[in-house]
Write a protein that binds this ligand. Sequence first.
Ligand code: SAM
Length: 282
Amino acid sequence: MNDYSLLDSGGGRKLERFGKVTLDRPCAQAVWNPAQPKLWKQADAFFTRKNGLEWRGREQLPDSWHAMVNGVKMKLSTTDFGHLGVFPETREMWNWIRETLRAESSKRQSPLNFLNLFAYSGGATLAAAQGGAHCCHVDASKGMVQWARENADLNQLGDHPIRWIVDDCNKFMQREIRRGRRYDAILLDPPSFGRGKSGELYKIEHALIETLELVKAVLSDQPCFVYLTSHTPGFTPIVLKNLLQQLLPKGKLECGEMLLTGAPGVFDVPSGTWSRWMSAAK
Ligand SMILES: C[S@@+](CC[C@H](N)C(=O)[O-])C[C@H]1O[C@@H](n2cnc3c(N)ncnc32)[C@H](O)[C@@H]1O
């Protein structure tokens, strides 16, 4: 079930429907012309970064609302930065994670341990839980972890084995390595720039190699996959694939672009990149 759709894009903007709310937001990569200019009148609100960050029409929107995104019910709300609590370009990945974990746990006859790093509002954590995995959700923002927990409740997953961790990802993994805890499947979506729980500066170009080495060290001896995504300019699919290839033992490597997608005839909008490594034993 899905309440998300890309309705149109162009002129540096995207028009998207999130359940009962339609939004017009900036999208630098949509350099083509809009295909359906008349549709854009449907927007309930408009976000711009031209003179500082500004929403227009925000007062008409509910404080929060719910939308089903690829089988996960998400609480959405407009943030001052123009985000909503979901990055819909990741939703195809949620399906892959859910189905891969479901198939692998049925093969192994036991649940897999899934680690979600930089986990934001938890869409991927909840898809993994739906696939039967035991999950560990890590984000440095207390507010985002609280938001993800609300999403778990919305999906009747409040009692599922999910550890909710507010911490810096690298520090958390260092602790897990000392404690001997290991994970069979790991997803990471490192930000270009971020702050850890105690204000630690995270800049992808300096921190990513350390993060990936820690990922390798917390991987179990029966690993299923490592999934790396990025929204950082220059981190193309091949860059991500090279990083995983250099880090991990021989396995199956795939990579591609994350896309915003809509009805037939609507251009797909590239919105980030991904690469995944799957154990050769699979
Ligand atoms: C780009 S968002 C991730 C989006 C998410 N993976 C998704 O697909 O919906 C980046 C997230 O990383 C978190 N973050 C930034 N720096 C961090 C750090 N050093 N340790 C842990 N989380 C961090 C932020 O709080 C934010 O929620």
